[in-house]
Design a protein around this ligand. Structure first.
Ligand code: CP
Length: 310
């Protein structure tokens, strides 16, 4: 089994590690069906969240509970932890590492989980850092693609929406380089186009990518549409840019009508208005709720692989 400790960025995973994780993830689906396990009964997980979350925090906490472990937690950590008194992230990590066997950290600064891992005596898992990365989301996204489409080589995918600030889309791009014949189409409003660092990484790793302004045309030729929210919270006082970007690309019946029958729509969620819920949610190709549920199984697998004794 692959040796996992800290999880701070998607680049650390190769195909073999992902295959290991997904094998354990499938086992975890069975564990949940059979009402859980006690394999982590003596272990404690701390969730430190400096930014809001529903899916990531609660799925990690549920994952720990379903494996018999215990959870200590602080949400709104900027306000409710001693960060509000000026404590550094590094000191908080040093302290919490004395109380817990693993730390799950969401932070508003890119690179925060790497900083945390550098001083931590226990494993640190990134739960998303600012506009940087969200590696466990990317793992559950790839797991979902394999489960829904049936394979990972030869996938064509449209990444849509706020790609400049989208940590999920960025982490997913890193993972997609591990598979053969991937084709990526970026469909983003002008003010939030995908960063040059990711495009250069894809090119260096031989992945075909292109930018498009036509979602209808792109939707017809891909296996996966990965829609993302225009993130108001990342625009600061650039209100005009936000207004320009918002509402430009919406998944609705018009897009459904031109998609292939076996293609899927994914979204890391939360969504605001970039998917027309009334028109799209009931379509079997809408995979985003199944995708979010897969997060529980993937995170159970990660906790088991990092914490359980062999
Ligand atoms: N996908 C995701 O990270 O959702 P949350 O912000 O609710 O955790």
């Amino acid at each position: 089994m692959s040796d996992l400790r800290h999880i701070t960025e998607a680049q650390q995973f190769d195909r073999d590690i992902m295959a290991d994780i997904f094998r354990v993830t499938r086992e975890m689906e069975q564990v949940v069906q059979h009402y859980g396990s006690n394999i982590l009964s003596r272990r404690v997980m701390a969730t430190l969240f400096y930014e809001p979350s529903t899916r990531t925090r609660l799925s990690f906490e549920s994952a720990m509970c379903r494996l018999g472990g215990h959870v200590i937690t602080t949400e709104s950590a900027q306000e409710f932890s001693s960060a509000s008194k000026g404590e550094t992230l590094e000191d908080t990590i040093r302290i919490v590492g004395g109380y817990a066997d693993i730390i799950v950290l969401r932070h508003f600064e890119s690179g925060a989980s790497r900083r945390a891992a550098a001083v931590s005596q226990v494993p640190v898992i990134s739960a998303g850092d600012g506009p940087g990365q969200h590696p466990t989301q990317a793992l559950l996204d790839v797991y979902t693609i394999e489960k829904e489409i049936g394979h990972l080589d030869g996938i064509s995918i449209a990444l849509v929406g706020d790609l400049a600030n989208g940590r999920t889309a960025r982490s997913l791009c890193y993972l997609l380089t591990k598979f053969r014949d991937t084709r990526i189409y970026f469909v983003a409003p002008q003010v939030v186009r995908m960063g040059e660092d990711i495009k250069e990484y894809l090119t260096r790793n031989g992945v075909h990518w292109e930018e498009s302004t036509d979602l209808v045309e792109t939707a017809a030729k891909v296996d996966v549409i990965y829609q993302t929210r225009i993130q108001r919270e990342r625009f600061g006082d650039r209100v005009q840019d936000y207004q320009q970007a918002r509402g430009k690309y919406i998944i609705d019946k018009r897009i459904l009508d031109c998609m292939q029958d076996d293609a899927i729509i994914m979204h890391p969620l939360p969504r605001v208005d970039e998917i027309n819920a009334e028109e799209v949610d009931a379509d079997p190709r809408a995979a985003y709720f199944r995708q979010a549920h897969n997060g529980l199984y993937v995170r159970m697998a990660l906790l088991r692989m990092i914490l359980a004794s062999p």
